[in-house]
Design a protein around this ligand. Structure first.
Ligand code: AP5
Ligand code: MG
Length: 184
């Protein structure tokens, strides 16, 4: 089972994926987590990645695709995967389609979590006080939202046209959102 999760920063992608992987027993592939893991090292690559993430910009498509394609071909993903925050650009979506066609593994469903910007900003500023993620500050949050609307939102139409999209209201409580998502 291959599932894609699309949603703006703070929509609850990570929160819902952590619950869904327990139910489906497939790996949670968060490109944000993978890129933050790269940033923890002290290398030229980590500084390159940090220059994008800390500014609220998207990492380059070719870099993200290299990481994802290695993962998806690994034995861990034989039963499927839950993509959190990937794809995030039209180029990534088209490259994922090409990769899955080559692997003969079609995407099952694309879940979109819809949450208004003002709710997202409140959630992320609250999280900033707890988790200390470098990109959870007012100006970077606003840039992440701008980038989402400009570069990621068009994927909703792209997957809608493929008949794969399911849009869910992400403003309900965590458990209510999960209950809506569950009859996948
Ligand atoms: P990424 O790590 O994916 O961050 P994001 O998309 O900005 O989203 P978040 O992780 O902040 O939010 P979330 O939707 O997971 O919500 P969460 O469950 O945490 O990406 C970070 C950066 O990496 C990007 O900006 C980019 O630079 C780079 N990157 C990543 N993928 C990339 C790609 N494919 N291509 C290029 N670059 C890429 O919840 C948020 C908060 O809300 C939490 O505190 C949570 O407890 C709370 N919450 C969750 N659900 C609810 C609810 N229902 N009600 C109330 N509160 C809730
Ligand atoms: Mg997340």
């Amino acid at each position: 089972m291959l599932i894609v999760f699309i949603g703006p920063p703070g929509a609850g992608k990570g929160t819902q994926c952590r619950r869904l992987v327990e139910l489906f027993d497939i790996p949670h592939l968060s490109t944000g987590e993978m890129l933050r893991a790269v940033m923890e090292q002290d290398t030229a690559l980590s500084r390159y990645v940090a220059s994008y993430i800390n500014a609220g910009k998207l990492a380059p498509d070719h870099l993200v695709m290299r990481i994802v394609s290695q993962k998806i071909k690994s034995p861990d993903c034989a039963k499927g995967a839950l993509f959190d925050g990937f794809p995030r650009t039209m180029v990534q979506a088209q490259m994922l389609d090409d990769l899955l066609t080559e692997l003969k593994r079609p995407l099952d469903v694309v879940l979109e979590l819809r949450v208004p910007d003002e709710v997202l900003i409140t959630r992320l500023l609250k999280r900033a006080k707890i988790d200390g993620r470098a990109d959870d500050n007012d100006s970077t949050i606003r840039e992440r939202l701008r980038v989402f609307h400009e570069q990621t939102k068009p994927l909703v139409q792209y997957y809608g046209a493929q008949g794969k999209l399911r849009s869910v209201d992400g403003t309900e409580s965590e458990l209510d959102v999960l209950a809506t998502l569950c009859p996948l």
